[in-house]
Design a protein. Sequence first.
Length: 164
Amino acid sequence: MNLKNSVLFLLFFVCTGFSVHKFYMAIYQVNHNVAKKRLEITARIFVDDLNTALDKKFKTKHFLGAANESETDRDDLKKYLSEKLKIIIGKESKTLVLKSNALEGNVLVCYLTAIDVSKITSLEVHNAILTEIFDEQENMMHFHLNGTKHTLVLDAEKTKGMLK
C-alpha cells in the first residue's frame, strides 16, 4: 500500500469513531485464497449511508447495525450488494455471497466470498455501492492477487475497473 492509500485508510478509520462523517468512502479488501479456491472480500461501509441507500431502493426504513435490525434488513442488504458489486474473473461472472456482517463503530463490516476461483488471469470489478446516493462516494478496493497488491478507486463516474 502506498503512502497516499495508507493515509486515506488511516483517515477512514480515525473518522469512523464519530457519529457524523463528512466524506463518503468505503474500503474493500479482496484476497484470493488459493488453497480454498475462493475470493474473500471484506467491505467497510458507513452504516448510516447503507441504511439511506436501502431506504431509497426498497422504499421502507432500514435499521442495519441497530438493535431492531430485522431479517428483511439483512435480506435487502444481500440484494443491494449483489446488484451493486460484481466481479468477473476471465469471462465468468462470480456470485458473491454475504457470509456475515458486524458493526464496528459506525461502519458495517461485510464479509463476502466467491467460490470456485482457482486461477485469476484477469479480474473485472463493478462497484457502484452508494454512488446512486452520493456523487462524492469513493469505493477504494485493495486487491491481493497472485502475490501482487493492486488498488482501484471507483466512484460515481467510474464504477468499473480491470486488473490483468
